[in-house]
Design a binder for this molecule. Structure first.
Ligand code: SF4
Length: 366
């Protein structure tokens, strides 16, 4: 398969990085230490999007190439309490209606801002990827579950055979309304889609039995290329709906113009934005990428004001241990920040609105 061969050509360390830029011996040594903890994998395709003339300020570079800033050990590697929601190896059940399956620990690219840094690319991570049959059997025995998110890692890095197996098992469960694939493949390695007609025919076949959504993750307008547009078009022609989640990231998209441009272009290619996530306080991520909540809200609102109606239907949320909390903005009465539980681990919290006096530099809720 050509795409699998192409992946073997990925840049995974400082030797490969030196093909693109020089590294001092000191930086190389420190990067090696970082890579031991958080592996690097960047596709040649994604690296071709970097502006190597000015890479240090380049948002695409920031997303795919590690820096020594990842040595910072503050924060947490499980900010959303995933370990407490794990019911079977690789299967999480946090919200009543939704099951999340970690289908693999691999991705085409290991994004530097990833909130699953604790496991992506790490075979020896203490967590195992799910077993498809065990996952399907759990879902079958929980009639309250109406949808499944096949995530990872990147679920589109599974072989066609594994994707088929998941779909075969899941499309047969009557109480499931739809199935989602969480994948950054359209962004980081669209060839996995454009060069593999077999994958598309599998998706088309099972999509006739049950609605399939692709939840992808564009963060910057420069990720929208001829190749990614083609991948999205093929997915849509196969009958799938494609939606996007973006993370608000310092030095990448913390600018209303960039966000409105991104969302406008996404709607133009048939990808509906539905969440902007507040960046989580992940170890190795937070100090580089987090934007304070108040500042982030201002950026997002200014961007929203420039968007078309389709693009502005998204929500600005934080995926917190206690639930998915929407950031609604300052209360007109006293200026305190208003939040609302759109999803809640504890059902009693669902829909609850609360107010907090936030410091200017507050980036997360305790
Ligand atoms: S593709 Fe997704 S899971 Fe994989 S490293 Fe990137 S953000 Fe993390």
């Amino acid at each position: 398969m050509t795409w699998a061969k192409e992946l073997q050509n990925n840049v995974t360390g400082t030797a490969g990085l030196r093909e693109y830029r020089s590294l001092s011996p000191e930086e190389e040594k420190r990067l090696e230490t970082v890579l031991h903890k958080y592996p690097m994998r960047a596709t040649r395709y994604y690296l071709s999007l970097v502006n190597w003339e000015d890479y240090e300020k380049d948002p695409i570079y920031r997303l795919c190439v590690p820096t020594v800033l990842e040595e910072d050990s503050s924060g947490s590697l499980d900010t959303s309490g995933e370990s407490t929601n794990t019911r079977l190896p690789g299967l999480q059940h946090k919200y009543r209606e939704t099951v999340l399956v970690l289908t693999t620990h691999e991705c085409a690219m290991y994004c530097r801002h990833c909130f699953r840094k604790r496991l992506v690319g790490l075979e020896e991570a203490g967590e195992k990827a799910a077993d498809p049959k065990a996952a399907a059997s759990y879902i079958r025995s929980h009639p309250e579950v109406s949808n499944v998110l096949l995530s990872g890692g990147d679920s589109f890095l599974l072989s066609n055979q594994s994707i088929s197996e998941y779909l075969d098992l899941l499309t047969d469960i009557p109480h499931l309304d739809f199935i989602r694939f969480g994948t950054r493949i359209p962004v980081t390695f669209p060839m996995r889609i454009t060069d593999d007609p077999e994958l598309l025919s599998i998706l088309r076949k099972y999509g006739r039995k049950k609605q399939i959504f692709i939840v992808t993750h564009f963060n910057h307008p420069r990720e929208i290329t001829e190749e990614s547009i083609k991948a999205v078009r093929l997915l849509r022609e196969a009958g799938l709906a494609v939606r996007n989640q973006t993370v608000l990231l310092r030095g990448v998209n913390d600018d209303p113009e960039i966000l409105s441009d991104l969302f406008g272009r996404l709607t133009g290619i048939g990808v509906l934005p539905y969440y902007i996530f507040q960046c989580r306080p992940v170890t190795g991520v937070k100090s580089q990428f987090q934007v304070p909540i108040k500042e982030g809200f201002g950026i997002v609102e200014e961007a929203r004001g420039r968007m078309n109606g389709q693009a502005k239907s998204f929500r600005f949320v934080m995926s917190h241990k206690s639930g998915k909390i929407e950031i609604l903005g300052p209360s007109p009465e006293d200026g305190r920040m208003t939040f609302k539980y759109n999803q809640a681990k504890d059902r009693e919290d669902l829909g609850r609105i609360f107010f907090l006096d936030l410091e200017e530099d507050r980036t997360w809720l305790d």
